[in-house]
Design a protein around this ligand. Structure first.
Ligand code: CO8
Length: 260
């Protein structure tokens, strides 16, 4: 399958599985990923998600250049919009998403990683937005999400030069949260996903929504939404259980998303 989904208790692992093309995305692959994300969104038993690439060379080497080479404007617009839909679906998932970047994250591959909530990298990971070397600008959100993560100056450097960023630099500039030896990457990503999954799914979804809004538009709108989302949590079973457990010095036991 071009996209594999595995489950381990409350953690889902989504694997981009086209290693013969270094997991580059054609339209079919994008559609499959979108379908997989929609299914995860509606599965309240999934509490965190890990996104990674098959094989040991690539997370995703971008959009499929061989397919793009044949496209005119209408096809490129549809393909660009599909990439946007996938990135937005990652961002809009109620569950936190961890990108486990095991190799090349180029172009659209880097842009999908940027749409995840957390990024863990293998020591072998390499990042780039090389689109300008192909005669196109970034098209799956890189111009918007990269400056928010690393700052506008560094984003301009990476996008205007297309240069490669090794894992060590990616950590230094805040492009990734942590770097691990290749064989530790997936276990560490799954362990982090498991720790996140132990928390209240309702509170995670509200936090994620508010964090997303923090980077959209003027901070006032995000702050106004944050206070509403914060207040909405009060009186829910998860809020009562989380706070009662603290007071009673025991681990909390949360229900499914929605606080049921
Ligand atoms: N598309 C299609 N096929 C690819 C891609 C790709 N992006 N990347 C690698 N492949 C294929 C190669 O063609 C090769 O296939 P084959 O064996 O059939 O020739 C196979 O994967 C292995 O690749 P290499 O032999 O090139 O492996 P190397 O180790 O020599 O090099 C690199 C690895 C450096 C990653 C190299 O493959 C490379 O530079 N790939 C292209 C990376 C790139 O430029 N990505 C950005 C693409 S543009 C983009 O993502 C824009 C997104 C927004 C689109 C908006 C649309 C409007």
């Amino acid at each position: 399958m071009p996209i594999d989904v595995d489950r381990d208790d409350a953690v889902a692992t989504v694997t981009i599985n086209r290693p013969q093309a270094l997991n580059a995305f054609d339209d079919a692959q994008l559609r499959d990923l979108l379908d997989a994300l929609r299914a995860l969104r509606d599965d309240r038993s999934v509490r965190s998600v890990v996104l990674t690439g098959a094989g040991d060379r690539a997370f995703a080497a971008g959009a499929d250049i061989k397919a793009m080479a044949m496209m005119g404007r209408p096809e490129a617009l549809a393909f660009g919009r599909r990439g946007h839909a996938v990135a937005s679906a990652l961002e809009a998932l109620p569950q936190p998403v961890i990108a486990a970047i095991n190799g090349f994250a180029f172009g659209g591959g880097c842009e999908l990683a940027l749409a995840c909530d957390l990024r863990l990298a293998s020591e072998r990971a390499v990042f780039a937005q090389p689109e300008v070397s192909l005669g196109i600008p970034p098209g799956w959100g890189g111009t918007q999400r990269l400056p928010r993560l690393v700052g506008p100056g560094l984003a301009a450097d990476l996008i205007f030069t297309g240069r490669r960023v090794a894992a060590e630099e990616a950590l230094r500039i805040g492009l990734v949260n942590a770097v691990y030896p290749p064989d530790r990457l997936l276990p560490e990503a799954l362990a982090l996903a498991g720790r996140i999954a132990a928390n209240s799914p309702t509170a995670l979804a509200a936090s994620k929504r508010a964090l997303t809004l923090a980077l959209a538009g003027h901070p006032d709108a995000g702050l106004a939404a944050e206070v509403e989302l914060f207040a909405d949590a009060f009186g829910t079973p998860d809020q009562r259980e989380g706070m009662a457990a603290f007071v009673e010095k025991r681990p909390p036991v949360f229900g499914a998303a929605g606080g049921a």
